[in-house]
Design a binder for this molecule. Structure first.
Ligand SMILES: C[S@@+](CC[C@H](N)C(=O)[O-])C[C@H]1O[C@@H](n2cnc3c(N)ncnc32)[C@H](O)[C@@H]1O
Length: 234
């Protein structure tokens, strides 16, 4: 470990950049940066990538000091992967324990970047599909320990529950970023968050116990982060 980086949470490191607190992950594809992020190497030549919480809801959750149950997961399903900004950090974290991430994205343009990212990292499985139709990728995704979702769709909680019914093991975790404006631009965000939480707690496909909710401001406005655990089947 460098004298300027120290462990922060499983697979995540903290240091200072220009005098400011900064999170890092260990680069699973040394020599390559993904979205122009800064890298630094320690005395042993191990490379670390800075993680910008303004570019990543998951990064914001770490920065806000939440206990994120990611490092202990061996299989992760990531819904709304875009071009892989956050997926790349998930890949870094999971690589330390030999885990893999299934990354679902339905837009062609970002999907191309995601596929290129997966070519450099053997623990990302890119899936070009619609997250609201998990039956389409059911044949290729194994049961997972954690679902992370950032899809910016109207029925965000419902999509999470549907995927959890297919893939999330009982007692597995969900990390959900709820974007109020994607549900209803005119409605009060607080009302939207309450309704989405209710869906998570009382859904027929899969239900959750909410462990933590947090406002993602100032990194992301009108976004709420939710960490929940899947209820055991009765
Ligand atoms: C806010 S961006 C995700 C950013 C990404 N999570 C990151 O931090 O790097 C939302 C992404 O979800 C994708 N998306 C929205 N609805 C989706 C769906 N039903 N299935 C798959 N991807 C979806 C969009 O195309 C977009 O790329």
């Amino acid at each position: 470990m460098t004298d300027f980086l120290k462990p922060y949470a499983g697979g995540v490191y903290e240091g200072r950049a220009r005098g400011k607190f900064q999170l890092y992950t260990k680069n699973a594809a040394p020599g390559f940066s993904v979205y122009g992020e800064k890298t630094m190497s320690d005395d042993n030549g191990t490379e670390y990538r800075s993680w910008d919480p303004k570019r990543s809801k998951l990064g914001a959750l770490y920065q806000k000091k939440l206990r994120v149950p990611l490092a202990s997961a061996s299989r992760v399903l990531y819904l709304g992967a875009a071009n892989g900004t956050t997926v790349s950090h998930v890949s870094d974290i999971l690589a330390e324990g030999g885990g893999i991430v299934y990354a679902v994205e339905f837009s062609e343009r970002p999907m191309r970047d995601l596929v290129m990212l997966a070519e450099k990292r053997n623990n990302i499985i890119p899936i070009f599909s619609d997250a609201s139709r998990p039956e389409l990728y059911f044949p290729i995704v194994e049961p997972v320990d954690l679902i992370f979702q950032d899809v910016a769709q109207a029925n965000q909680a419902e999509i999470a529950c549907r995927n959890a019914a297919y893939f999330l093991r009982d007692g597995g975790h969900l990390i959900l970023s709820i974007k109020a404006r994607s549900v209803d631009v005119a409605k009060n965000p607080k009302k939207i968050f309450t309704e989405e939480i209710k869906t998570l707690e009382k859904n027929a496909d899969a239900s959750f116990k909410i462990l933590k909710t947090i406002d993602l401001a100032p990194f992301h406005t009108d976004h709420m982060g939710v960490i929940a655990v899947k209820n055991l089947k009765e």
